[in-house]
Ligand binder design. Sequence first.
Ligand SMILES: [Zn+2]
Ligand SMILES: [Zn+2]
Length: 346
Amino acid sequence: MDDTSIGTRDKRGNWTPNKPLQIAPFWEGRWGKMAHFVIEYLWPWNTFHMVVSLAYWFLIIQPNLDAFKTFSPEMTLILYAINAGGIFVMYGSIELFYYVRRKQGTRFKYNSKFPSENPSDVFWFKSQNIDNFLRTFFLSIPIWTLVQVFFLWCFTNGIHAFGWMDWQNNWIWLVILTLLVPAIHEIHFFCGHWLIHQGVLYKWIHSIHHNSINPSPWSSMSMHPVESTFFFSEMLWHLIIPSNPIVALFQLNSTGYGAINGHIGFEKLELGGEAALDSHAYAHYLHHKYFEVNYGGEGLVPLDKWFGTWHDGSKESDELMKERFKKKKEKLRAKQAAKSGATPAE
Ligand SMILES: [Zn+2]
Ligand SMILES: [Zn+2]
């Protein structure tokens, strides 16, 4: 496919889409774009997360519900194996085809370099891939599994702020809630993500995720355990929102399996012929590039736009960002000057 028809490559080989990012059309009254938005909202990513969630529920969880009433090491291990296996297949196949075999080279790739080309001391074994892989499978996925087991313990013991809902009597609300899951994700993620960008929280916790300036799929869940706990605890909102375990599983799986979207590194994944999969990776790619922009997602709930941290990839956004950084630096300098002025010279 020709990637220059919708983007531009600079001298270093980095590719940028020509069209700036846009928040969800209903916020700006672009009603003509709604049909396209709804299709992209449902297909393929959210449909995939829902199918995976239904498989978890009907094939694994529902037949073993009693086992979750107490802490079962066996079921916990089985769930871990399924979560890890699912991620290994999904993330691993994108890594294998697009990063190891490089089947489409750097077409549609934002950063022309591949992480394996840049060994760095910040990573375990100096390798972004090994570091990211180990953190994913030995820290983040165990935490994901523990949140899931805790949730299922609450469910099987009837613990919920308002009581669990069934589909027969509450299907209208549960369908609405299912459609709101990505919005809940964006709000939860934005708030916690913004928080761990502040001061020592960034230094101690979130800097680990940001070591991957040029992310690949394995970077998606490469996090400090505190960040992973916050990240997966999103599912626990369903203990206080009137809900059902299938909707909660959809929330969890769109967090776990969906974490890859921001870290694919390519605008499109070519599937053969003219078929390609839109990655929806650009907003979060810009976050990895510039750090203090795009704390949320693509603007389904445009918190970044409202709080002035939105970067749509355009030159105008770049200028606004630089202006914001400049003001922040000036403020910091003034603060430091005031502080040293107040301290008597010795
Ligand atoms: Zn990230
Ligand atoms: Zn961040």
